[in-house]
Design a protein around this ligand. Structure first.
Ligand code: HEC
Ligand code: HEC
Ligand code: HEC
Ligand code: HEC
Length: 500
């Protein structure tokens, strides 16, 4: 009997030793994998497929951002028409591009296609035409650092969006985040470097872990166009308003001090600030950032394929990848983790929608005051409240992911907005009553996107027709010209013995 047990124990022990040995051999063959470049990547190479020759795993995974099949409660890669889902936004953005067309962001591989298609870029007929400046290309493509290196930064920001249509054609990719020689992470957008300088910091001192978030902060941030840069007057120069800090109040003071407005709201006449997408700024106030977790930890986790471990470049909603994105650190089940995220998002949305409703009413009530003959002096404090309330609403709504990245800060910002919007409406009721209007102001029917757009006087048919013409005429010319230009770029194959 004893011998039998000993025999079984020995067999089991031998089996596990065998497993251990085979795993060591596997590790060894993992370690033996060596980087053998196939092509030389030139300093300004914008084409992802060329980088992909040397780094097929990272390249192939980045192509998966083309997948549009995942939709979560609030995010995902599927195209979502935000104005259709919530027509209130048409009123909030009246007089501004986002009232025409506002789709939720998709994967990086669509960055060029989507900016071609959005009604916000209009239907330019050629150089010098259209509503948007060239600066709008800045966060869309690795052709941007190429052009900045070739022609200069201010030159890149100069002129119209349409002027650079044949130059900016490759979707967000390798050259945006990597140095072609060392493959180290790098910052290619001067606005981020300059923002650090404005805070008295040097971005070159950033740690490797910080870089895993800072590469994203090149684009997922609040920004504005400054037309008063000394020596570059008139050029819409891209800037991040971080000089006083990144909190909602800090940036607001920055904008107020320079009396900055992105646009004047046509109903209430409020000088508005559009919050772009302060994703990085809000992320920094959350517990994950506090514990040193980086954007890449959740949005670009490690992945294994054929025994090789690499960084998953399928940048997407982590909810489509909970095992790699969360369960490396958290032991909870997938459905619990998703429920945690949704709970934070639902709770933030509940109050954000209340805030939104109040601001819509405030714009329309302010419009009524003007109609009844209100003076600038009467309206000024009200418009200031509306400006600050909508800035808070937008700061929390447009910072994609903020209600999960930093739920407490997001709730605080929305709470502050609610107070300001109510303040505005108390003052509005007083002015309305002074002007002899002692009943509620009638609200228009804005129950659908179409009705809301009609109410603010948008001629959607015209906008859509202009866009179609652009897509049929100018766009194919851009693409043709770009193809022609790129076909002349040489790629040098690396000779086999060079690589050994
Ligand atoms: C702890 C994990 C984690 C970290 C760290 C993190 N995120 Fe997220 N992020 C999420 C989750 C979860 C969502 C919600 C996804 C959803 O709703 O489908 C999200 C949403 C987003 C979205 C919207 C995505 C969509 O599909 O709508 C963007 C953009 C984003 N994050 C960017 C960033 C950036 C930039 C950073 C760093 C500054 C960052 N995230 C850091 C987990 C993280
Ligand atoms: C060069 C600018 C740029 C950089 C750098 C950048 N992004 Fe983006 N990101 C964008 C743009 C633009 C979109 C929207 C693309 C679209 O809708 O066509 C986007 C979309 C996204 C989405 C939504 C995709 C989806 O399918 O849900 C996520 C998530 C995201 N980015 C995360 C990140 C993270 C994390 C980093 C850093 C590792 C990063 N981004 C770096 C510009 C950038
Ligand atoms: C939005 C920024 C971003 C873009 C775009 C991007 N990468 Fe990366 N890449 C990263 C980050 C972050 C890491 C992780 C780096 C680290 O922690 O050292 C990484 C790591 C890598 C590595 C190191 C090996 C590994 O897998 O961890 C290679 C090689 C690489 N990327 C290639 C590419 C290629 C090729 C492309 C274009 C198809 C690309 N990257 C596009 C951010 C980016
Ligand atoms: C690199 C490690 C890491 C990753 C990856 C990570 N977390 Fe966390 N998470 C933490 C740490 C650390 C905390 C802080 C709590 C603690 O210290 O115990 C935390 C806290 C949380 C909290 C509570 C904080 C709050 O908002 O109240 C939630 C919820 C959470 N994580 C969900 C997620 C989800 C969902 C993902 C994937 C999308 C994720 N985490 C990815 C490390 C991580």
């Amino acid at each position: 009997m004893r011998n039998k047990i000993l025999f079984v124990v020995t067999i089991v022990a031998v089996f596990f030793l065998g497993l251990l040995a085979s795993s060591i051999v596997n590790r060894k063959s993992e370690a033996k994998y060596k980087y053998v470049p196939k092509v030389e990547i030139s300093a300004n190479e914008p084409r992802n497929e060329v980088w992909g020759e040397n780094f097929p795993l990272e390249y192939q995974s980045s192509l998966q951002t083309l997948d549009t099949s995942f939709a979560s409660y609030q995010g995902g890669s599927a195209m979502r028409d935000v104005l259709e889902e919530d027509p209130n936004l048409v009123i909030l953005f009246a007089g501004y591009g986002f009232s025409k067309d506002y789709n939720q962001g998709r994967g990086h591989a669509y960055s060029i296609e989507d900016i071609h298609n959005t009604l916000r870029t209009g239907g330019p007929k050629g150089e010098g035409d259209g509503p948007m400046p060239a600066t709008c290309w800045t966060c869309k493509s690795p052709d941007v650092p190429r052009l900045m290196n070739e022609n200069g930064i201010a030159e890149f920001y100069s002129g119209k969006w349409a002027d650079k249509g044949a130059e900016v054609v490759n979707p967000i990719g390798c050259a945006d985040c990597h140095d072609p020689k060392s493959m180290k992470l790098r910052i290619t957008r001067p606005a981020l470097v300059e923002a650090f300088e404005s805070m008295g910091e040097d971005i070159n001192q950033a740690t490797h872990n910080e870089m895993r978030s800072l590469v994203c902060a090149q684009c997922h941030v609040e920004y504005y166009f400054d037309k008063n840069i000394p020596g570059k007057e008139g050029v819409p120069y891209l800037k991040f308003p971080w000089q006083n800090g990144m909190a909602v109040e800090n940036m607001e003071t920055y904008y107020d001090d320079m009396a900055f407005a992105d646009w004047i709201h046509p109903i209430s006449k409020t000088p508005m600030i559009k919050a772009q997408h302060p994703g990085y700024e809000t992320f920094l106030t959350g517990v994950h950032a506090d514990r040193g977790v980086s954007c890449a930890d959740c949005h670009m986790p490690y992945k294994s394929e054929g025994g090789q471990k690499f960084t998953d470049h399928h940048i997407q909603s982590p909810l489509n990848n909970v095992s790699n994105a969360c369960q490396v650190c958290h032991r909870e089940e997938t459905k619990n983790l998703i429920a945690n995220v949704y709970e934070r998002q639902r709770k933030a949305t509940e109050n954000r929608l209340k805030l939104e409703g109040l601001i819509v009413k405030a714009h329309i009530e302010a419009g009524k005051c003007w109609e009844l003959g209100a003076t600038e002096e009467q309206m000024q404090p009200i418009l200031q409240d509306i400006r600050h309330a909508q800035w808070r609403w937008d700061y929390s709504a447009a910072a994609h992911g903020a209600s999960f990245h930093s739920p407490v800060e997001t709730a605080r910002v929305i709470g502050g907005g609610l107070v300001l919007a109510q303040e505005a409406r108390v003052k509005l009721a007083r002015v309305l009553s002074d002007l002899g209007h002692n009943k509620p102001v009638e609200m228009p029917d804005i129950s659908t996107k179409e009705k809301a757009q009609e109410y603010i006087g948008l001629d959607m048919e015209k906008l859509e027709k202009e866009k179609e013409e652009f897509k049929n005429n100018l766009l194919p010319k851009w693409l043709e010209e770009a193809k022609e230009r790129e076909s002349k770029l040489k790629t040098t194959k690396v000779a086999l013995n060079d690589a050994e």
